[in-house]
Design a protein around this ligand. Structure first.
Ligand code: CMP
Length: 141
């Protein structure tokens, strides 16, 4: 499964009213939205989602931020989706993100960085499964 990835429009971007502008970027970059939900994570959901980072010094702040308000979770389809989405969003740290990327244009700092993208096909599958059931993904036909 190399044509699907998982994205989050994070609480900073939703709060700053950038959801629509980021949807525009998603669509103009050629992704198809296979599913989307607006939700507010609990801190324990955020801890589960970011469990790979639990030893990092920023884990507490990260999970507090991710549960601080509503976010949009999305499943996005495009050929080579993981890599294509990572190119569209830019580097984790907006100071290092290339011009024209979503993080360059909408992130506040390395933590409040507007969007998330899976880093591998394997993690994309896991992350989509964390928020969506199979029946919530639009079928290709
Ligand atoms: P994301 O792509 O969602 O993956 C992990 C998140 O941790 C990352 O985006 C940032 O929001 C956050 N993060 C990564 N590095 C740092 C850091 N050095 N300080 C604070 N937050 C970070």
């Amino acid at each position: 499964m190399n044509n699907i990835t998982f994205a989050i429009i994070k609480p900073d971007a939703v709060k700053n009213r950038n959801t629509g502008k980021i949807y525009d970027r998603i669509i103009s970059a050629g992704f198809e939205i296979k599913s989307a939900k607006l939700l507010r994570m609990t801190q324990s959901q955020a801890e589960g989602f970011y469990a790979v980072h639990k030893e990092r010094p920023f884990f507490g702040e990260l999970t507090e931020f991710m549960s601080s308000g509503p976010c949009m979770v999305l499943a996005l389809q495009k050929e080579n989706a993981v890599e294509e989405w990572r190119k569209t969003i830019g580097a984790t740290n907006p100071e290092e993100a290339e011009n024209g990327t979503i993080r360059k244009d909408f992130a506040t700092n390395i933590q409040e960085n507007a969007v998330h993208g899976s880093d591998s096909d394997e993690n994309a599958k896991k992350e989509i499964g964390f928020f969506f059931s199979d029946s919530e993904l639009i079928a290709n036909n």
